[in-house]
Design a protein around this ligand. Structure first.
Ligand SMILES: *[C@@H]1O[C@H](CO)[C@@H](O)[C@H](O)[C@H]1NC(C)=O
Ligand SMILES: *[C@@H]1O[C@H](CO)[C@@H](O)[C@H](O)[C@H]1NC(C)=O
Ligand SMILES: *[C@@H]1O[C@H](CO)[C@@H](O)[C@H](O)[C@H]1NC(C)=O
Ligand SMILES: *[C@@H]1O[C@H](CO)[C@@H](O)[C@H](O)[C@H]1NC(C)=O
Ligand SMILES: *[C@@H]1O[C@H](CO)[C@@H](O)[C@H](O)[C@H]1NC(C)=O
Length: 944
């Protein structure tokens, strides 16, 4: 088979170099901190003394605040609290200070630059850049200092928090209780560290669908039980103080506030000024124009219906007030309008009305920001669902408005800029989801997004210049700590991460958070890969009893035991940690694994339970017990989370997740139905049940799955050929009631090996698995055997149940290298290619960890071929050699099933992603696996 790429698009690689892991904890950034003295280092703390921190009175208040955090971080690490003082250029200091300030704001920094002619060209005028460097004679009275200069307010703040992280204070020290590893001495290399402008200008997250977890937690922790006067919202300045600090420590700068029962500016009049004080750029969600909340704030203050065709003046006035209120602060204005409750505007609404809305909103901005050109005010238009369809129908907004492209709510970008859209002055951005309320089903319980998937999609956004704004819906934030940090880190410096080093992001994270050895950190990285892989094969909210096959390929059993293996690995590390590290590990690793595995196992046990009752197997009852235990355990796990650290995170895991009935979250966790077999009386056909692998039936007696008629069926026939990977079949010998019995399994041939060949079954041990393997040396071609399962049941007549076994010794030609048919098929991991042929510098590369099993492959770089398609047969190809025994030449049919990740047609409907498949020298067959529909029509019908 030959798979040929028909797709042109897009993706340049920025291969980051891997820095070796050091004692200093940092995830990817260049480090300049050490804990041992050496030549050419600057001492932050040594010999029990800390360098004083100098700042100036005219510094941004937000930087003053961050400097206080910086001082307290130094104390947390070293036990020594540095002094922080406002000084001027005439300061005299015998100690060597750390001088902190913002270029263009701090007179102290201006004086340093004047006095030393320090080269600040790497930061001057560069958005959010910073430099950290030792400087001799920075001021007349100071012989030496470490100078920290930010290009702007946030540049300085990021410099401070970057150092704090390297000192040992995790950005998550409060939000995930990550302990600080003490170090009595702290040094910064004289050459320091620096960072240029971030890849993405505005980077942040959206607290969304915050009930029941985040909202109930915040109500308990930040209010006196009642919430805000008008809205009842708990999201006041106490809450946002914590949120903003985290955002800055993660080097984010942009927030969409919680919205569903809150109104940011109304809940607490301190919220807006607090954001600005911290240095956070506020936005509102895609559906809340002009810095006012919908539906809550409109519900309180709006007059008439939320409808611009019938009630324009009232809506206009409402927006004027929102704009006046936000004017003193840094914002990105959401433009446009959606219907109330985030639904499409009414059917009669059309593009012309939406154009009027935006033109009126621009008028409001022009009026309110008197003297400022409207094109200089950051604005964003979210191309979301029906609005994307309007765009595709030709609707346009002024060039300075950022176009915010959305994913399909499931992590697949619907559309990204194409070259003709690259040069807009407003640029483009991305709205992404880790959490969702939408049809066909909410997912807001547990981490289920694979980092490789996020990388694969967002790296396209980088290549396609959608880097003005990135916002990710993080639901309650917890338990998406790792996902959130990756999103912001990648937005901060996309060149640092590529498909082949994402595992080092996670291992560096594990080292930083839990102070692990690199071997254990690598284990945690692979555990997190497996966790999100298992949770993304199908989202946990969509699991049911038949998600994984109960009869074929031992799929359900393997998934069940994979969950056990993952949980055991995590538990071993958890148990080995000192108590101070356990809460952080529990929140970010152990709990998600424990909770996901418990739910996953519960659904599989329920499937096995219902299958076994239909087969009259007493073991069904143990599985029913197991379902009940796992359902109760789910509650216990949640409770354990809530009781952590004296209830610090009480309610944070309130999200219901067991058994959905439609798209919306269930109103309570409910156990799925279980069945029990009457255990006090024997099944009609006798004490022994025979259930062979690959069948949903048991023998003897009748069963709809034995044969088409469902009664008077022949004994089971079990087949095995020599290329079935496990090289065995099983037959379960089960109890059909309360009578214990012993059994033997014998055959009439010498080549069939049955293990064990005898055993005993009883209500307390209701099932024994017999594995059947074949000595292929004794078999040529197709040979058949009969097996007899004989049971001795005390006080009952001798029972014998036959089964047939057919062995097919298939043989590949000598010297053949490749995949050989077994069980009627070949199954090939995409990365296991026989040949890989590049064309025009584009090669199929492996994306480790991507997808359901091993990895995925994709053509790389994706900007290749100048955004042009290849014709089928001419592009880069990847080939797989396989052998089947029923060949096309012999008149058989072969179907090729390609498992593709649901990447959408981000080049637009007229440039669908296509792939061509060729078998041998037959004509390549081209498939467009996503239909070329308008992207606006491809998104979910309902979604937030
Ligand atoms: C420095 O001056 C600012 C502005 O007056 C003030 O808010 C801040 O508290 C002062 N910092 C210190 C450490 O005195
Ligand atoms: C720095 O030098 C410039 C140009 O000579 C001067 O205008 C400014 O006042 C100086 N600033 C300080 C703080 O000395
Ligand atoms: C709760 O009550 C205490 C004591 O009266 C008060 O100090 C605090 O500000 C109140 N908190 C809120 C969020 O209202
Ligand atoms: C706008 O604000 C003014 C002054 O606070 C208030 O009187 C008016 O009702 C507000 N209008 C709307 C539509 O919110
Ligand atoms: C805008 O500025 C002009 C010129 O300074 C002034 O006359 C006018 O009153 C201002 N309008 C508003 C709404 O502030």
């Amino acid at each position: 088979m030959r798979l040929l790429n028909w797709k042109g698009p897009s993706l340049a690689v920025f291969l980051g170099s891997l820095s070796a892991l050091r004692n200093v904890h940092a995830i990817g950034q260049a480090t300049c901190v050490s804990f041992n003295s050496s030549p050419s280092v600057f001492s932050v703390v040594s010999g029990g003394r800390s360098a004083p921190l100098f700042i100036s009175e005219d510094e941004w208040p937000g930087v003053q605040r961050a400097a206080a955090d910086f001082a307290s971080d130094i104390e947390k690490v070293s036990g020594i609290s540095p002094t922080v003082s406002n000084v001027t250029s005439s300061v005299k200091s015998s100690a060597t200070p750390i001088i902190i300030g913002t270029l263009g704001q701090s007179s102290l920094i201006e004086a340093v630059v004047n006095h030393t002619k320090l080269d600040v060209s790497s930061v001057s005028g560069i958005w959010e850049a910073f430099m950290i460097k030792e400087v001799a004679n920075p001021l007349p009275g100071v012989p030496k200092a470490m100078v920290i200069i930010g290009a702007d307010k946030r540049g300085t703040i990021y410099a401070l928090y970057d150092l704090s992280e390297q000192f040992g204070v995790s950005p998550w020290y409060w939000w995930a209780d990550v302990p600080t590893t003490p170090n009595s001495e702290i040094f910064i290399s004289s050459s320091g560290c620096s960072h240029g402008t971030p890849t993405v200008k505005y980077r942040g997250f959206f607290f969304n669908d915050e009930q029941p977890a985040l909202q109930s937690w915040a109500m308990e922790k930040f209010t006196n039980g009642t919430g805000a006067a008008l809205t009842g919202s708990p999201f006041n300045h106490f809450f946002y103080t914590k949120a903003f600090e985290l955002m800055l420590r993660l080097k984010g700068n942009y927030l969409w506030p919680a919205q569903w029962s809150s109104a940011f500016a109304v809940d607490d009049s301190q919220n807006q000024p607090l954001a600005d004080f911290y240095g956070i750029v506020m936005g509102t969600s895609h559906e809340e124009p002009m810095m006012r909340s919908i539906p809550v704030e409109w519900g309180l203050f709006g007059v008439g219906p939320w409808n611009y065709s019938t009630n324009a003046q009232n809506v206009y006035d409402f927006w004027v007030n929102g704009t006046i209120r936000a004017k003193p602060y840094e914002n990105i204005f959401t433009m446009g309008m959606r219907g109330d409750g985030d639904l499409p505007l009414s059917e009669t609404t059309n593009v012309a009305l939406l154009e009027k809305v935006i033109s009126d909103q621009r008028q409001i901005l022009t009026d309110v920001f008197n003297g400022t050109n409207v094109t200089d005010i950051p604005q964003m238009w979210a191309l979301y669902q029906e609005v994307l369809a309007y765009y595709e129908d030709g609707m346009r907004v002024p060039d300075d408005v950022t176009l915010l492209w959305s994913d399909d709510l499931w992590g697949n970008m619907l559309r990204l800029p194409i070259p003709s859209e690259f040069n807009r002055t407003g640029g483009a951005g991305v709205y992404y989801h880790y959490d969702l309320v939408a049809s066909p089903r909410d997912y807001k319980w547990i981490t289920s997004t694979q980092m490789t998937k996020t990388y694969e999609q967002l790296s396209q956004a980088v290549d396609r210049e959608a880097t003005r704004i990135w916002i990710v819906n993080v639901g309650d934030l917890k338990p998406y700590e790792l996902n959130t940090e990756f999103f912001l880190a990648y937005a901060w410096n996309s060149s640092r991460w590529s498909y082949d080093n994402l595992d080092t992001f996670v291992s560096a994270w594990a080292q930083r958070e839990f102070d692990l050895s690199s071997a254990t950190a690598n284990e945690v990285a692979s555990m997190m890969t497996n966790l999100t892989r298992y949770n993304n094969r199908r989202k946990p909210e969509l699991w049911n009893s038949t998600t994984f096959s109960l009869i074929n390929y031992r799929e359900a059993e393997n998934v069940f035991s994979d969950w056990d293996a993952l949980l055991n690995a995590s538990t071993m590390i958890y148990d080995s940690l000192t108590p101070e590290f356990q809460p952080a590990f529990f929140q970010t690793v152990q709990h998600p694994i424990l909770a996901s595995s418990t739910l996953g196992k519960m659904w599989i046990a329920q499937g096995m339970n219902s299958l076994r009752v239909s087969e009259a197997r007493l073991s069904a009852n143990d599985l029913a017990d197991q379902v009940e235990q796992l359902f109760e355990k789910d509650y216990d796990i949640k409770t354990e989370y809530h009781q952590l650290l004296d209830g610090k995170w009480n309610h944070m895991m309130d999200q219901t997740h067991v058994q959905y009935f439609y798209w919306q979250q269930p109103m309570a966790d409910t156990m799925p139905p279980i069945s029990r077999m009457q255990s006090k009386i024997q099944a009609l056909p006798g004490a022994m049940r025979i259930s062979p692998e690959g069948s949903a039936a048991a023998w003897p007696g009748d069963n709809p799955n034995q044969c088409a008629a469902g009664y008077s069926c022949p004994p089971p026939t079990i087949t095995l050929d020599s290329f079935v990977p496990l090289n065995s079949r099983y037959i379960d010998i089960g109890a059909g009631g309360p009578s214990p019995f012993t059994f033997t399994a014998t055959s009439n041939v010498s080549w069939l090996i049955l293990t064990p060949s005898e055993g005993s079954v009883s209500p307390s041990n209701p099932e024994v698995r017999v594995e059947a393997t074949v000595d292929w040396n004794q078999v040529s071609g197709v040979q058949a055997a009969q097996i007899n399962f004989n049971a001795s049941v005390p006080g009952q007549p001798f029972e014998s149940t036959p089964a047939y076994f057919v062995a097919n010794h298939t043989v590949a030609p000598s010297g053949f290298k490749g995949f050989v048919e077994g069980d009627g098929g070949v199954s090939i991991e995409a990365a296991h290619a026989s040949r890989n042929t590049s064309v025009a510098g584009i090669t199929w590369v492996e994306l480790p960890g991507y997808g359901r099993t091993l990895s995925g492959i994709t053509p790389w770089p994706r900007t290749g071929n100048d955004f042009n398609n290849f014709t089928a047969g001419s592009g880069p190809s990847i080939e797989y050699d396989f052998l089947n025994f029923n060949t096309i030449n012999d008149g058989g049919n072969v179907s090729a099933t390609l498992l593709v990740s649901p990447s959408l047609n981000s080049m637009g409907p007229d440039r669908p992603i296509k792939i061509a498949v060729q078998i041998d020298d037959q004509t390549p067959q081209t498939v467009a696996f996503i239909p070329p529909v308008r992207s606006g029509d491809a998104s979910s019908a309902v979604g937030w």
